[in-house]
Design a protein around this ligand. Sequence first.
Ligand code: AMP
Ligand code: ZN
Length: 139
Amino acid sequence: MPNNDCLFCQIVAGEIPSNKIYETDNVIAFLDINPVNPGHTLVVPKKHSENMLDADDAVLQEMIVVTKKVSQAILENFTEYNAFNLELNNGQIAGQVIPHLHWHIIPRTEDDGLKHWPGKSYQGDEARIVQEKLKNALK
Ligand code: AMP
Ligand code: ZN
């Protein structure tokens, strides 16, 4: 069901303009309005889901195939790029601002200033405990 209050549902419906670059039956890709670098693209399912966990598996599969195709086009047509980040902000605390599933293809240059997350260390047995918990949950 489209969500009338949802910006990306409105873009999918063509009610709000976007710089669309590609679409399939279930997925569209358009330029992010505030790019890290030119070509920064959002890959978006046409059917509203709030985040990755409530999306259909088949739609997620289509999204990743679209992502590969669009990423290749960006790298092949903009020689300043030979790398990209694929970023999903899943949930508000993770930085998700638009509550309609999307992920970012961010083409990278060496000096664009985008920082990676800082890493911590596991202490003592912590990694094994976390591993066991998740392994059991995933059985
Ligand atoms: P996120 O923080 O993952 O929810 O990212 C939302 C992204 O949507 C941001 O990078 C915004 O620049 C982008 N955005 C917001 N409004 C629009 C719009 N009308 N068209 C294209 N991109 C948009
Ligand atoms: Zn929506």
